[in-house]
Design a protein around this ligand. Sequence first.
Ligand code: FES
Ligand code: FES
Length: 272
Amino acid sequence: MQDENETPQLTEDEKKLFEELMPEDLAEILDTGVNRRHFLKLITLASGGILAAQSAVAEQVLIRPLSAPLPAELSPTTIENGVTISFKVNGTARKLMVDSRMTLLDTLRERLELTGSKKGCDHGQCGACTVIVDGRRVLSCLTLAAACEGKTVKTIEGIAQGNDSRNAASPTVRLHPVQEAFLKHDGFQCGFCTPGQICSAVALLEEARNGELSYVSETIRKKAAPLQLSTEEIRERMSGNICRCGAYPNIVAAIQEVQSGKPVEQTWHIIG
Ligand code: FES
Ligand code: FES
């Protein structure tokens, strides 16, 4: 049995480690062995080193300019569970390898540099990430990129008429009527929800043209196409898009104006 008072002997490797990490404590450690204070200090230094290494990797990923190519170690060939998807985004055919669990939102923002679609909640509750897939509005934070194989995706970057990923600077590009109406009616304040609101509104107008019914449609027996949407209908159909700035009356007025083709007066509520 080891004598309690015997000073533990450190191996050469242990001495080297303490010399590197805790040079000011080395003499004490050699005299008395490792005590609780030394042990805690050693653990703190070791976890600091791990954190620093992780931060260095995170920095590479997060501070990298969007236009810079991915570093080799982050290139798609190293993706675990990688699947290759081919789809059309804003009129341009794209083919890329993604993790099979990657969402459409992350693919658009992080792989295709289309950062117009916003990540608000990442839980399907705010609508900031709304894009149009095969003509239907979807929440891209709840849609897997792999599920878009062979589909057409339209994001806010592709909403303006004549705009696609290839000729964004073309002089023939014209804002979509919904975009113009949002500008006219001040349909945004901070603008964070606006890409999702506009994508949703564009798809909503198509739904109305096709006579698709909603929860508050007045007539459900006789399907009329196109539908004329009341304020209540627009509010209901846009209810998945949350605006924390509260620009709702202006958003509804903008959509009403595009749908009716007639100028819609702004309604101001003066309180007090
Ligand atoms: S980010 Fe997709 S619904 Fe909020
Ligand atoms: S304009 Fe700010 S969240 Fe809608």
